[in-house]
Design a protein around this ligand. Structure first.
Ligand code: GRF
Length: 210
């Protein structure tokens, strides 16, 4: 995906604090990482994630659903904005909106998302809270290729995180996010340098067999 002269182009979409984005921005400072963040998009203005991008001199764009007549128009605008930056990989890093089949079709097998639970357990926006409420002793994070479902796509990487007896949702989510950032940086770097093969639910790093 990347070559020495042309690192893989990442477009990262965020909705919040952007610590996962920050981890990628920091990793991309090293030329041997093989990728660079060429744009950061958000579904809302005035968030820390956008400020982090601006601090690194990375172009940003905001597409707020409420500014569009329909979800379909919003989706088309997001698709066009992302496509304009010609990404090799689109990384959803705490992006809190579902994207349409049309968006995914524009970037086949090239949209990845990080989720703060060990899939297939606890999909959706309450991953850490649902894991805590269920009483699991181990949870974690999952990086997957986005498909049409909610956190259902083929799994690229996972990392396990213990649940402490005195955890609340915030403390558990913070511990997960430490593992999540490391997982994301490792896997995105491997995708950039080695490529990614997706066949059904089977995902492997590396290029096509020759
Ligand atoms: C991450 O745990 C992500 O998986 C979840 O929201 C969190 C975003 O964190 N959807 P940040 O904005 O990267 O700090």
């Amino acid at each position: 995906m990347a070559s020495p002269s042309a690192p893989a182009r990442l477009v990262v979409l965020v909705s919040g604090s952007g610590t996962n984005l920050q981890a990628l921005l920091d990793a991309c400072e090293d030329p041997s990482y093989g990728a660079r963040v060429v744009a950061v998009g958000a579904d809302r203005p005035d968030i820390e994630g956008l400020a982090r991008a601006e601090g690194h001199g990375v172009p940003t764009f905001v597409k707020q659903l409420s500014h569009f007549e329909s979800r379909a128009e919003w989706d088309r605008a997001v698709t066009a904005a992302v496509a304009g930056f010609e990404p090799d990989l689109v990384v959803l890093a705490g992006f809190m909106k579902l994207l349409s089949e049309e968006f995914l079709a524009a970037f086949p097998d090239r949209v990845v998302n990080t989720h703060p639970a060990l899939s297939p357990a606890f999909p959706g926006v309450r991953g850490p809270a649902d894991a805590l409420a269920y009483g699991v002793k181990v949870t974690g994070c999952t990086l997957f290729v986005v498909d049409g479902g909610v956190d259902t796509g083929p799994i690229i990487s996972q990392s396990a995180v213990p649940v402490a007896d005195d955890d609340d949702v915030a403390s558990l989510h913070e511990r997960i996010k430490v593992a999540e950032r490391a997982m994301l940086v490792d896997a995105v770097g491997r995708i950039a340098r080695e490529g990614l093969q997706v066949e059904g639910r089977s995902v492997r790093f590396g290029g096509p067999a020759t």
